[in-house]
Design a protein around this ligand. Structure first.
Ligand SMILES: Cc1cc2nc3c(=O)[nH]c(=O)nc-3n(C[C@H](O)[C@H](O)[C@H](O)COP(=O)(O)OP(=O)(O)OC[C@H]3O[C@@H](n4cnc5c(N)ncnc54)[C@H](O)[C@@H]3O)c2cc1C
Length: 389
């Protein structure tokens, strides 16, 4: 039995949940997976995910969630991604990237208004961190929010925002006190995208993730009321940091999904395709690739589940989430590359979805913290362990 279906790693309830999610994907997503690639994903699909409960595994019952935890979120992320990667990127941007800061730092009123409809799938959320001049160095953020009476006025641009042009709400990070370091001078706001001054500059034309929409946004004198500040003014940076470990763990699970489907196709293809009078799996050049793919998938899954279990126990998981995300995303790129190679010329056509997963997987050593930044974080955690202050 493969580790992803094994009771050594998972509880019976988790395995049953995985079967349920997989059936949902086979029934609702797989038949339209190619159609979805024309993008943008239909809102109806997000609604279906909400109604099925897949927008709410991390969220409290008060807002319609099930609060089952990160170990369930990684099951949803892997299964949907194994069917259509862009759709899960959209789901996760809404429920995790946008949803978790609201869930953890929002008031009961904010959660009712701005989170419950996300969990139901009736509304779509996005998170606005990245800007034209600010990527990895989030502390260098340039978007500003200034007080005007009891309101705030936001000005700036946000780039590469998943769901940007589709979203109803954005958790937008902005500098509110430029006189101090942004660790203390950044704040988080819930912005209604229908507010005057909010505009979509364009949707980016991406290499992959074609079913999703990723946008460049502009905020010109966008007014927000005091009830739209998330947490306290000045608390933006800790809110931003808090979200990253659960995001990275979920992205690791998505990457396992991108790898899994091409791996399964390659295993079957190598058992059917014959050259030189024998199945191509009989050649070590092919079968050792299959072995490496299996190793990478199993290792990625164990690392991701470790991070998820730690987060579910309330433990700090910066190192484990970073390791899981880095390993799983690099593994997915290698697996999709090798799977395409095993199918030869057929792999390079659109007859199989491997080329799609190959393009999708390439994003994931960039978004949610680049591979270089993750290696920096991992070594920093190592040195903190060896030489505690
Ligand atoms: C499809 C897609 C969806 C996205 N969705 C969102 C979203 O929903 N919300 C959001 O806010 N952002 C989103 N992003 C932005 C993403 O998080 C950033 O692209 C990422 O953080 C990297 O920033 P950058 O692209 O500006 O690259 P840069 O930070 O400019 O980096 C360029 C290169 O320099 C390297 N580099 C930078 N600093 C260092 C360093 N200190 N040490 C070593 N190497 C370094 C990087 O690793 C990279 O290789 C998305 C991006 C894409 C492509």
């Amino acid at each position: 039995m493969s580790a992803h279906l094994s009771t050594v790693l998972w509880t019976e309830e988790e395995l049953e949940f995985r079967r349920e999610v997989r059936e949902f994907c086979d029934r609702e997503i797989a038949p339209v997976a190619d159609e979805l690639e024309k993008g943008p994903y239909p809102r109806e699909m997000i609604r279906k995910l909400g109604r099925a409960g897949y927008m709410g595994v991390l969220h409290e019952k008060e807002v319609g969630g099930t609060k089952r935890g990160v170990s369930y979120e990684i099951i949803v992320a892997e299964e949907i991604s194994a069917t259509n990667a862009g759709l899960d990127m959209a789901r996760m941007a809404s429920t995790t990237l946008y949803g978790m800061p609201v869930s953890k730092f929002g008031t009961p009123e904010q959660k009712k208004k701005y989170l419950e409809p996300i969990v139901k799938g009736d509304k779509i959320g996005c998170i606005g961190i990245t800007e034209p001049n600010v990527g990895s160095d989030t502390a260098g953020m340039q978007t500003r929010a200034e007080r005007d009476g009891d309101e705030w006025v936001i000005n700036g641009e946000k780039r590469f925002i998943t769901n940007g042009s589709q979203a109803d709400y954005m958790v937008c990070f902005a500098i509110t006190d430029p006189t101090v370091h942004s660790k203390k001078g950044m704040s988080a706001f819930i912005v209604d995208t229908k507010t005057d001054g909010f505009s979509v500059v364009k949707d980016h034309d991406l290499m992959g993730m074609k079913s999703a929409r990723v946008s460049h946004l502009r905020l010109e004198d966008v007014r927000v009321r005091p009830g739209q500040v998330l947490g306290e003014p000045g608390q933006g940076f800790p809110i931003l940091m808090d979200e990253l470990d659960s995001e990275r763990t979920a992205i690791a699970a998505e990457a396992i999904g991108y790898g899994r489907t091409p791996y399964e196709i390659a295993v079957k293809y190598a058992n059917e395709r014959e050259q030189f009078g024998r199945k191509i799996r009989m050649f070590e050049g092919v079968s050792f690739k299959i072995a490496d793919m299996a190793i990478r998938l199993e290792a990625a899954r164990a690392l991701t589940l470790t991070a998820a279990r730690m987060l579910d126990r309330g433990m700090k998981a910066t190192k484990q989430a970073s390791i899981a995300k880095l390993y799983a995303t690099e593994a997915a790129i290698q697996i999709t590359y090798d799977a395409l190679q095993i199918l030869g010329g057929t792999g390079y056509t659109t007859d199989y979805p491997i080329e799609r997963f190959y393009r999708d997987a390439r994003l994931m050593t960039i978004g949610g913290g680049t591979a270089e930044i993750l290696r920096f974080l991992i070594q920093r955690e190592v040195y903190r362990e060896f030489f505690p202050k």
